[in-house]
Design a protein around this ligand. Structure first.
Ligand SMILES: *Cc1c(COP(=O)(O)O)cnc(C)c1O
Length: 483
């Protein structure tokens, strides 16, 4: 017995390290605070993109303990100073966001308290916070109170949950799979096709829709396709629209598609991962008319609400359709069964135990209120216009007037094939790295993309971008010996 107690006491001395004292915590906090302050002070001075790979040895797990100071130094040199800088306002590629500081504090609080946000029974408060956030989103997008939803890790899983509900509502299984048709824009995000494979719908028929000159779904053609497919004896069951495509920021004609969906008993899914929250801009609200007709909707707070990566959201009107796949009760969870009025997040998602990610959204919304968010949306829209004006001034061609804040441009080289020229130009832009831009192909044409969505993107950022582009333009012309 005595030896047992001595053993426990000996082990306690060692394991205690995992539970730092006040003094030890203060020591850690001071160093982290200093790191964070330096990072945020300098973030706009770093290039937005640095090529290069990390030194793996500095990041690998080794036997010996390391000092926090050394770790922070390695983290800075090998992680922070390499690759794309998502926190930088000069990140104008893909879909940026920036990362609101108070969201990080929400994550910190969520981790320290470690509330169990998967089930109401375990943390009524945490689940209420998440459900209130979902209720708030329902009200913004005109969804009924009876709709349910989930805060996911991001847009991909949010889309997966919606597609699963559509599958289960329309009972797409067995021999029905190969006869069922899903209507999709070629501009739909690739995570949709990934999700279809994951949920066993790899073999459905995907009908790729035609687009108009603004890269939006041509609804006349959509209607014709659905009629044709019905006549052929196929089973049209779903149409997907995008509210803010990743490539060009286009919002599909949501209301018209909603009408077609209703008339033909199609599940109507809208992917608003990037663009959805622009509905809060008084200047853009009208473009979202019809979003309330969706059976399911995805929005990404880690894009449109500028939160750090790790939070998406899905809203779905048909609760039973969602519960079919996600609601499950195991024997070891019998304590949790009660007549909860609140929805358990674990009944709406593949996740059981999960990060209490609602807090990182709740805290910024509560601390800052909505006004700064709304101002940011309008600011980003105007910055997009400003960038486009400046690009025209220095001789670039622009894609069509965007609905939101993603747009594209290219240099109309007369001497060299335009695709070849612009591919070279982006090489120089990436090598320069001061401002980060990405590229895409629009109908086979290689174009440079801008996406303005970071909280830290300001007018000065756009001026810097133009300066950089001019420099790189000269370098590109030199390569091709154009004066
Ligand atoms: C980013 C994006 C996604 C994927 O979301 P993740 O959060 O990256 O998983 C889906 N759809 C659209 C329109 C997007 O912009």
């Amino acid at each position: 017995m005595n030896s047992l107690i001595t053993q426990i006491e000996d082990l306690q001395k060692i394991s205690q390290e995992l539970n730092p004292s006040v003094k030890e915590r203060e020591h850690i906090n001071i160093q982290i605070q200093e790191f964070v302050n330096n990072f945020l002070k300098n973030i706009e001075n770093y290039p937005a993109y640095v090529e290069g790979n990390p030194n793996i040895e500095k990041l690998s797990i080794q036997k010996n303990k390391k000092d926090l100071k050394e770790l922070l130094s390695n983290f800075n040199s090998e992680v922070v100073l390499k690759g794309i800088k998502p926190a930088s306002g000069k990140h104008l590629g893909y879909i940026p966001g920036g990362g609101i500081y108070t969201a990080a504090i929400g994550d910190f609080l969520a981790s320290v308290t470690n509330e169990y946000a998967g089930m109401y029974y375990a943390s009524p408060g945490a689940v209420t916070i998440e459900n209130e956030l979902l209720n708030w989103m329902k009200s913004i997008f005109g969804f009924p109170k009876t709709a349910i939803g989930n805060l996911t890790s991001g847009g991909s899983i949010a889309n997966l949950i919606a597609l699963t509900a559509a599958r289960d509502k329309h009972k797409i299984k067995n021999e029905k799979i190969t006869k069922s048709v899903l209507y999709l824009s070629p501009q739909a995000h690739h995570c949709i096709r990934k999700a279809l494979r994951i949920i066993g719908l790899e073999d459905i028929k995907i009908s790729t829709l035609e687009l108009d000159e603004f890269s939006k779904i041509n609804t006349v053609k959509l209607e014709k396709k659905v009629q044709n497919d019905i006549q052929k004896g196929l089973n049209p069951f779903m149409v997907i629209a995008t509210a803010g495509t990743t490539d060009t920021g286009a919002i599909d004609p949501l209301a018209v598609i909603g009408k077609i969906a209703k008339e033909n008993n199609l599940w109507y899914h809208i992917d608003g991962a990037y663009g959805g929250f622009f509905i809060l801009s008084e200047n853009r609200k009208h473009l979202f008319k019809g979003i309330e007709l969706a059976d399911s909707l995805v929005i990404d707070p880690h894009k449109g609400l500028f939160l750090p990566y790790g939070i998406g959201a899905v809203l779905i009107k048909d609760k039973e359709a969602v519960f079919h796949s996600h609601h499950y009760t195991a024997d070891y969870m019998q304590d949790a069964i009660s007549a909860d009025l609140q929805i358990n997040p674990s009944d709406v998602s593949p996740e059981l135990t999960k990060h209490f990610r609602g807090l990182r959204m709740w805290l910024p919304l509560q601390i800052h209120g909505l006004e700064p968010f709304k101002a940011s949306f309008d600011e980003k829209i105007l910055l997009t216009a400003y960038f486009r004006n400046k690009l025209t001034e220095i001789g670039f061609k622009l894609g069509p007037q965007p609905d939101l804040t993603v747009s594209y441009f290219w240099y109309p080289s007369k001497e060299i094939d335009e695709n070849v020229f612009n591919e070279k130009l982006i090489e120089f832009i990436h090598k320069n790295g001061d401002v980060f831009l990405s590229t895409t192909k629009i109908k086979g044409k290689f174009v440079i993309r801008m996406a303005i969505l970071s909280i830290r993107t300001k007018k000065v950022t756009i001026d810097t971008a133009i300066e950089m582009i001019l420099k790189c333009l000269i370098q590109t012309k030199e390569v091709f010996s154009i004066s």
